[in-house]
Design a protein around this ligand. Structure first.
Ligand code: NAD
Length: 514
């Protein structure tokens, strides 16, 4: 493992003038009713680069009054927006998709600067995140209802899907663009207005994306963006407003639970994309090179800061030694550093607290008897780096296998047979992503039947895309994002019973309700 020079201002891959240019053109205000403005009390908050510890931007920090104003704008715009044609909403999304491609370099750089992921990975997120705009531009015009005769023949049944109404969208810091497009695009397609609250640590990407949406033609009030130092100051007044209809949240399970409780007061529709504790199972009949490549992708993507991360590597005891040796070689060869520098594969963790938390996970595992095969320690700053770490002999009670790590740490646990693998995989309150490696496809599909996870990769380590209905079971959440299901989350079904157009009723069968 190597670490590149990560001192402030010494980035070799992308020069400072280019960084200043992109930061300079990113809006710093609140987007309310189509205009960028300062916070009502003039308050601001700072955004830091986790690779250097430098402050890179100062943004307006929305107050409760600003949040209420954003909600008001969304509620006022809702009726007119719902009446626009699906085609016109589709065209806005398509234009936004094109603009995201055109400004991919800017968006990727912002993500690297505010979140730390390597620039090449950030470009990958632009591609992935942009696809939600294209997918939902295509889905917008295919949101079909039905017109059928009632079983008794006395009514015609008109079933339509309507926009659910104004939505509050709350996003996390780990995928600053994709988590926003995954919510904004289906809401736009369905005809919902919205207030977007980006994560405090990574608001710049959403701010820039909102400017692109304006350029793409989104009308005033449809998309409002209220970045803030205080999440509760934004969510509380909005969730108390009787005009709000839905809250869509991606983030940690504890915050999701709080929001679900708050949502009961107004019986709000909720979509909850929460935490994970994904198993990656390697059977004795797996192609080990494929399994190692899958583990590298599922564990190391985004420095392990992904809800879909393979948190635990469950490996059959017959192939564990071979698997660990190959994985150790690849993890040990990773280049850690500032994501703007060329060749960097692993960036910093998002903040000091995240780095300290990963350190505590490793210390706990080692205390309980785990062996460190690769890494095992923080890399001194500036910035919040932790070495890619491979642990073996990890006991079942170690925190690293029971909780979501959110860092570049791979704990290996061995198993003896299929039943034990399934039992270990399911022994968690979470149920988001899982991965299975076996060359026996029947076995793979059998595991699919038995595993309690919303997503499963069979012989692959990355499965998310815009067409996939992404979401979890158990405490990983409710609802799906992406696919046709992603649009349904932003619509509500209305049924209109229409009198028989022939004016006469067919003879009713005995016992038919009137
Ligand atoms: P977080 O829960 O701390 O924050 C998520 C968002 O909620 C942020 O915008 C934050 O400002 C806001 N928030 C925090 N407290 C709030 C409150 N009291 N009221 C309203 N909003 C509040 O999560 P995070 O650290 O940003 O993200 C990491 C977590 O997100 C991990 O658990 C990860 O698994 C999960 N995640 C899940 C998915 C998924 O699709 N299931 C995707 C990405 C991340």
């Amino acid at each position: 493992m190597s670490i590149t020079d990560k001192a402030p201002g010494t980035t070799s891959g992308i020069d400072r003038a280019r960084i200043e240019e992109v930061l300079g053109k990113t809006p710093k205000g609140l987007l309310i009713n189509g205009a960028w403005r300062d916070a009502s009390d003039g308050g601001t908050f700072e955004v830091e680069n986790p690779a250097t510890g430098e402050v890179i931007a100062t943004l307006a920090s929305a107050t409760r009054a600003d949040a209420a104003a954003a909600m008001d704008a969304a509620a006022t715009a809702q009726e007119g927006w719902a009446r626009t044609s699906a085609r016109s909403r589709s065209e806005i999304l398509r234009a936004a998709f094109d603009l995201v491609q055109e400004r991919a370099q800017d968006l990727a750089l912002l993500m690297t600067l505010e979140m730390g992921k390597p620039f090449a990975e950030a470009l990958g997120e632009v591609k992935y995140g942009g696809e939600f705009l294209r997918w939902f531009s295509e889905e917008a015009v295919r949101d079909y209802g039905r017109y059928v005769e009632s079983p008794e023949g006395n009514l015609r049944m008109l079933v339509t899907r309507k926009p659910v109404g104004p939505c509050l969208l709350i996003t996390p810091w780990n995928f600053p663009l994709a988590m926003a497009t995954r919510k904004v695009a289906p809401a736009v397609a369905a005809g919902c207005t919205m207030v977007l609250k980006p994560a405090r640590l990574t608001p710049l990407t959403s701010q820039y994306f909102a400017a692109l949406m304006i350029e793409a033609g989104i009308p005033a009030g449809v998309l409002n963006v209220v970045s803030s130092a205080s999440a509760a100051d934004v969510s509380e007044p909005i969730m108390a407003d009787p005009r709000l209809r839905k809250v869509s949240f991606t983030g940690s399970t504890p915050v999701g639970k709080q929001l679900m409780k708050a949502a009961t007061d107004q019986v709000l529709r909720t979509s909850m994309e929460l935490g994970g504790n994904g198993p990656l199972i390697v059977f004795e009949d797996a192609d080990i090179d494929k399994a190692v490549a899958g583990a590298m992708a599922a564990k190391m993507r985004n420095m392990g800061e992904a809800c879909t991360a393979a948190n635990r590597l469950l490996v059959h005891e017959d192939v564990a030694e071979q698997f660990v040796a190959k994985l150790a070689e690849q993890m040990g060869a990773l280049t850690v550093g500032n994501g703007v520098d060329e060749g960097v594969q692993v960036g910093p963790l998002v903040e000091a607290k995240a780095r300290d938390s990963v350190e505590a996970f490793v210390a706990d595992a080692v205390e309980r008897g785990a062996k460190v095969v690769v890494g095992g320690a923080r890399i001194e700053g500036p910035g919040y780096f932790f070495a890619p770490t491979l642990l073996t002999d990890v006991p079942h009670d170690a925190r690293v296998v029971r909780e979501e790590i959110f860092g570049p740490v791979a704990p290996v646990v061995t198993f003896r047979d299929e039943d034990e693998a399934v039992a270990l995989a399911n022994a968690t309150e979470y149920g988001l992503a899982s991965y299975v490696f076996t060359e026996n496809i029947s076995r793979g599909l059998r595991i699919g039947d038995r595993i309690e996870f919303g997503l499963m990769g069979l012989n692959v380590g990355v499965i998310s895309n815009a067409a996939a209905p992404f979401g979890g079971v158990k405490q990983s959440g409710l609802g799906r994002e992406g696919g046709a299901e992603g649009l349904a989350e932003y619509t509500t079904t209305q049924y209109i019973g229409v009198e028989n157009p022939w004016g006469t009723l067919p003879p009713a069968a005995p016992g038919t309700p009137a």
